[in-house]
Design a protein around this ligand. Sequence first.
Ligand code: ARG
Length: 473
Amino acid sequence: MALWGGRFAGGPDPLFQQLNDSLPFDYRLALQDIEGSMGWAKAIHRAGVLTSEELSRLLGALEDLRREVVEDASAPLKDQSAKSTSSGSPPAVHDEDVHSWVERRLIAMVGQLGKKLHTGRSRNDQVATDLRLWTRAAIDARLAEIAASRRALVAFAQANQSVIIPGYTHLQRAQPVLLAHWAMAYFDMLGRDAARLADARVRVNVCPLGSGALAGTAYQVDRAQLAKDLGFASHSTNSLDAVSDRDFVIETLAALSTLAMHLSRMGEDLILYGSGEFAFFDYDDAFSSGSSLMPQKKNPDAAELLRGKSGRVIGSLTSLLVTLKGLPLAYNKDLQEDKEPLFDAMHQSSLCLRAAARILEGTRVRVDVARKAAQGGYSNATDLADYLVARGVPFRDAHDQVGLAVRAAIEQSMPLEGMPLAELQKHCPAVQADVFSALSLEAGLAKRTIPGGTGPESVRAALAAAAKAVGLA
Ligand code: ARG
């Protein structure tokens, strides 16, 4: 149904319809449009536009429609094709967007009364309301998924509490760290992602309804009560702003982009650590795939997609920012382009969050391989320098001496702790026989008991706090 035919002599060109229609994607807002319509019906009833009897008939019909959509979310789409003829002529029923679909169905159910619902309302404040309701619910769903992923990280850390891996800078072995410390790094990142989404939600949760097309509705609607009825914390304070800004979507997409970037980095670590060259991890068969040509292959596709999907989520943010810049106040049809990026980014984020948790659950750790790698690469060189500092050598000199020792060790193809004491003393004169215990993996880790460090005690404390924060302890 077209909501605006009166002024037009001819019908729209089919190509224009293709360009203009948003039903193929905004049908996802059907429940929100119905919910918002229920709120609006109550609001204009209070303003004296509808009688109590009319209100209850409208609410009853909207409730029936709601049930239809709950049962089948794609009902608005099916409605279109069901009425189309087989000869290739245009469908008998055509709704340009979800608002048109709801209104047409309502009129079909309650007749003339259905035509009263739109009194004082515009699709401009209506769509802004729907989108805020949708975004609010989607944020809540993502927050629950982030919490589940964080629980998976805690479980992974708990299951591998004593595993040591090499820590890297520049992807060169730098200093050993606990695998649990690695996992808790992502736990913290996802925690900030959740906080960013929750903060965006505060500004999402504002009711634009009552703003009309742009200037505010001419009916005496109690906007505070309307906002309350729809579960919003407050209502907007400027009608031009309320119908035309989508910064609440931008903020949400920015938070999702950062989340996707974090999951991407985790995916990259998983890919590297599971490669034959590192071989610390064994991927779960259920989240890997094989090669059509090379029978030996087991590829970390799921982790690669954690990495790959981030590009498209970030693209959604970019696309909406570019769409919005330069738009004059107030509503412009360009704003219809806000939905697909948001829907897609939410969907992809949800897939990635749920997959991340499952990937971690299925990852097996090769403890000995990881330990051996952590022992190699001279990653205890800093510990040797610290040992010298403890014996009065200024750090810069200690750094030089250990560098010479490392160079000699490389030439002799041995680790620092494999060098004879006398050889070590040639480069580091302050070294004593007790140096070897200072060069062990455990000794190096034990020194890093500072809060936030990878010392076993620090990690145990961080893990306990994390488990508590996500309801695992
Ligand atoms: N489908 C439109 C959108 O998503 C609804 C609002 C249309 N408003 C208008 N004035 N044509 O933005």
